[in-house]
Design a binder for this molecule. Structure first.
Ligand code: HEM
Length: 79
């Protein structure tokens, strides 16, 4: 069922990997967890688990894609 009331956070390199305190960015919708690295970002996309080990809201799809596509996506999201 669509979950129109849940807001998806911005998928920016700054929000994921941070340039400030290395902690969460609650104000931009990115929860109060540690920044992502390549391993945790992969886990969030595929398994829907954040860096703290907590499941993301079910509004966030769990993505199934080839290894090559996933590598390309993560490279893109880091830019
Ligand atoms: C390939 C495309 C996408 C990627 C790479 C992606 C990646 C992510 C990541 C890494 C997070 C975690 C953010 C965090 O922990 O701060 C997230 C959260 C979320 N995403 Fe996506 N996402 C994608 C597409 C979508 C789409 C299409 C939707 C909605 C239809 C969506 C809805 C959400 C929502 C609602 C959250 C927040 C979940 C929560 O806070 O528990 N995402 N997304």
């Amino acid at each position: 069922m669509p979950r129109f009331w849940v807001k998806a956070p911005a998928l920016t390199a700054k929000a994921f990997f941070g340039e400030d305190d290395g902690h969460g960015h609650e104000s931009d919708g990115h929860g109060d967890h540690e920044n992502y690295d390549q391993t945790t970002l992969r886990r969030a996309i595929v398994d829907g688990i954040d860096p703290a080990g907590e499941p993301l809201d079910e509004a966030m799809p769990r993505w199934s894609m080839s290894e090559a596509d996933l590598n390309d996506l993560i490279t893109y999201l880091q830019q």
